[in-house]
Design a protein around this ligand. Structure first.
Ligand SMILES: [Zn+2]
Length: 80
C-alpha cells in the first residue's frame, strides 16, 4: 500500500460497493443501529460502512451493507 504521486496523506477509506479508495471525508459513513443509519458526523460507535457519492454505489449500498453484515457477522469485512 504505497500509492505514488498521492498528495493526499490523510485517512483513506474504501467504498464498500465499488472498492475504490477515497479520502475519508469524501465518503459517507453508515453504521447499523437497528437499521442502516448515516453517521454524518462520523462519530457514532460501531462498525462503519463507507460508500462514495456515485449513483450506482448509492443505489447498491443498502444491499451490500446488509449482505456484509449478514454474511460474516459484525466486525468482519464483507465478502466482496
Ligand atoms: Zn463507490
Amino acid at each position: 500500500m504505497n500509492p505514488r504521486n498521492e498528495p493526499y496523506a490523510g485517512p483513506v477509506r474504501t467504498c464498500m460497493v465499488c472498492r475504490r479508495r477515497f479520502p475519508k471525508h469524501e465518503l459517507t459513513r453508515h453504521i447499523w443501529n437497528g437499521d442502516l443509519t448515516p453517521d454524518v458526523a462520523q462519530i457514532l460507535p460501531g462498525r462503519g460502512y463507507y460508500r462514495c457519492a456515485g449513483e450506482a454505489c448509492t443505489a447498491k449500498f443498502p444491499k451490500r451493507a446488509a449482505a456484509a453484515r449478514k454474511g460474516k457477522g459484525e466486525g468482519k469485512r464483507d465478502e466482496a
